[in-house]
Design a protein around this ligand. Structure first.
Ligand code: FES
Length: 160
């Protein structure tokens, strides 16, 4: 992994925070490390097509997950749902260089949250095989406390 690229992505973190007027939201937790990502999507009409206008995220995750989520929320802008669904964790993490094996799940967690959000319109809270927190309302902090998780190992990213 390119440490300089990771630090740059963290310095330039994009689209961090809740999106109150989102059309869809997806949340995925990683059983590997207990980290979580929630991702919101807002659509718009463009040239007769429904495309992603913007996306945002919250992360209780490691730096890699935050950086990948930031990159992903930028890369999916202007894409249709189908185009976004065809994108992979590898594409989202490519700007960071090859992830070491122990960090691959960080990108996959972001991809899972995106898929959960993209599929949420049709199948609320049950659209992905990845582990999804069923409560899609409120903040990640709400979901974590509802799930009885402690904050001991979890990095909390505050939204501004
Ligand atoms: S999301 Fe678990 S270590 Fe990165």
């Amino acid at each position: 992994m390119d440490e300089a690229a990771l630090q740059q992505a963290l310095t330039d973190t994009q689209n961090l925070g809740e999106m109150p007027d989102a059309d869809a939201v997806g949340t995925v937790g990683s059983p590997d490390c207990g980290d979580m990502v929630r991702l919101w999507i807002k659509y718009k009409e463009k040239d007769g097509k429904k495309v992603i206008d913007k996306a945002s995220f919250q992360s209780f995750g490691c730096q890699t997950a935050i950086a990948v989520a930031s990159i992903a929320t930028e890369l999916i802008r202007g894409k249709t749902k189908e185009e976004a669904l065809s994108m992979s964790a590898e594409e989202f993490s490519r700007p960071l260089g090859a992830l070491p094996p122990m960090k691959i799940h960080c990108g996959q967690m972001v991809e899972g949250a995106l898929r959960a959000a993209l599929e949420a319109e049709n199948k609320p809270a049950a659209g992905s095989a990845a582990p999804i927190v069923s409560d899609q309302s409120g903040t990640l902090a709400d979901a974590l406390s509802a799930a009885g998780k402690t904050k001991g190992k979890i990095k909390i990213v505050l939204t501004s």
